[in-house]
Ligand binder design. Structure first.
Ligand SMILES: NC(=O)c1ccc[n+]([C@@H]2O[C@H](COP(=O)([O-])OP(=O)(O)OC[C@H]3O[C@@H](n4cnc5c(N)ncnc54)[C@H](OP(=O)(O)O)[C@@H]3O)[C@@H](O)[C@H]2O)c1
Length: 334
């Protein structure tokens, strides 16, 4: 009996999730090619093809066309630029047995209904500079070009080591500071009761995308972890860090009046969402589970994130959250 090694192409396989997918596919025995501009190396064992998808006819350039020639068992694309996505589908789609487009739960038009599944209405894409609109347009380009060979994975909040957005890691890092220093025990948070949280470990997501691709799974599926609460995330983060925090809970209006931002980015309280987005982290995971999606316990993910935060430095400049100085100044006003 002869077996052939599956050929997997990850468009954007040198980034965070893309890199994890490339590593998962390598671990599953595939021959993996990663295509990107080359800002970072491809994972060890993967072949790298340099392509700038901003260039017109990027996939028709001779060197790129030759390097990406032949049939592909699986193509994974993480791009959020509809023109990049449709160009890839045109150039490579006819030679792909199966394709996975990594989309997002941000494609949904409303975020207020808990437990909504994949049949929920999508945003109508009119403005491609808007992330949600661009993702819907990219999904549609894939659907038109690939039909029933397409899996659309719609992840919710992706968390884990290596997250350059610094969003979820804020809380484990904050608790480590609360455990370690006098004065850092008072932790500013939005009101805790009634808030939801939902996260998927980047490694679990990559493992599922890899096995779903190998198995030829199709359709659109929310790739989300089980629903939990914001308070439970804080508890697990505190337990992982060995902290005994004193929560200083404040109302949304109090934070907004002091220019604290929702969700992510500078001067934010990560994972804090306005009421109208309250169910963004309460998406149905039923289809994901039925399609073989497995997630490790959140406590384990938080341990992984905390180890990564410690390795990267608890006092480093972050892309998301409050600085120690900002938080101290806000706490002084409570
Ligand atoms: N983070 C979350 O919580 C979350 C939630 C839901 C969905 N998602 C989705 O998950 C995916 C995240 O993927 P990721 O973490 O791998 O992203 P990433 O770390 O930003 O990586 C982007 C990849 O695309 C490549 N790239 C960017 N511009 C390019 C260009 N012009 N030409 C060729 N390659 C280009 C990059 O390499 P070069 O720069 O070297 O070109 C890199 O390999 C996205 O689809 C996102 O929408 C994320």
């Amino acid at each position: 009996m002869t077996t052939t090694t599956p050929r997997v192409l990850v468009l954007g396989g040198t980034g965070w999730l893309g890199g994890e997918i490339a590593r998962a596919a390598l671990a599953a025995g595939a021959a993996v090619t990663c295509a990107s501009r080359g800002s970072a190396p491809a994972p060890s064992g993967a072949r790298h093809v340099r392509v700038d998808r901003d260039a017109p006819d990027a996939f028709r350039e001779q060197a790129v066309a030759e390097a990406l020639a032949g049939e592909w068992d699986e193509v994974v694309d993480v791009s959020s630029t509809p023109a990049h996505v449709s160009a890839a589908v045109t150039a490579l789609g006819p030679r792909a047995r199966h394709w996975t487009y990594v989309s997002t739960v941000s494609v949904y038009a409303a975020n207020a209904q808990a437990g909504a599944d994949e049949s929920a209405d999508l945003v109508e894409p009119s403005d491609h500079s808007d992330y949600s609109h661009a993702k819907v347009a990219a999904e549609r380009a894939c659907q038109e070009g690939l039909g029933d060979r397409l899996l659309i994975a719609r992840p919710g909040l992706i968390v884990g080591p290596g997250d350059r957005g610094d969003r979820f890691g804020y809380w484990p890092a904050r608790m480590a500071r609360a455990a370690g220093r006098d004065g850092a025990r008072r932790v500013l948070t939005p009101t805790i009761a009634g808030r939801a949280a939902q996260a998927i470990d980047v490694a679990d997501l990559a493992a599922w995308i890899t096995s779903a691709g190998a198995g030829g799974l199709t359709g659109a599926i929310n790739a989300v972890g089980p629903e939990t609460t914001y308070g439970h995330v804080l508890e697990l983060a505190a337990a992982a860090a060995g902290a005994n925090p004193e929560y200083v809970e404040v109302e949304d209006a109090w934070l907004l009046a002091r220019s604290v931002n929702y969700w992510a980015g500078p001067r934010s309280l990560p994972l804090w969402l306005p009421e109208e987005f309250s169910a963004m982290m309460r998406r149905s995971d039923a289809a994901f589970r039925a399609a073989g999606g497995r997630t490790r316990p959140l406590a384990e993910t938080i341990e992984r994130v905390l180890a990564d935060e410690r390795a990267r430095g608890l006092d480093r400049e972050r892309r998301s959250g409050l600085t120690a100085v900002e938080e101290a100044s806000l706490l002084a006003q409570v």
